[in-house]
Unconditional design. Structure first.
Length: 103
């Protein structure tokens, strides 16, 4: 029997998983899956530049590296929450508005 390996995932220098030949991170699809419960078929409508094979490969990569990727997602959500808190800071908001009014 001949073994055929098809890879649609590559890692960059920082260890971030990307779908090969695209500018789409595996995490982008994973977050859609977690946040919206999107099926691979629904994802193919949201990401028309990806094949179903690429989408399934990204999800398979996630399930094979779930603990690590879940940590990355949690970290990004924490950072987003912190930025949202800073953005809602009335003192910071006033400073930004003052800067905007400058000629």
């Amino acid at each position: 029997m001949i073994t055929v390996a098809i890879t649609h995932i590559e890692l960059d220098e920082q260890g971030v998983a990307w779908i090969s030949g695209t500018q789409t991170k595996v995490l982008e699809l994973v977050v859609d899956k977690i946040a919206h419960g999107s099926t691979p078929e629904e994802m193919s409508l949201q990401y028309p530049h990806l094949t179903l094979g690429q989408i399934h490969a990204a999800l398979a990569y996630y399930y094979d590296h779930r603990e690590e990727l879940d940590r990355q997602i949690a970290l990004r959500w924490k950072e987003a929450d912190e930025l949202a808190l800073k953005a809602s800071d009335p003192v910071l908001r006033q400073k930004l508005l003052a800067l905007k009014k400058r000629p």
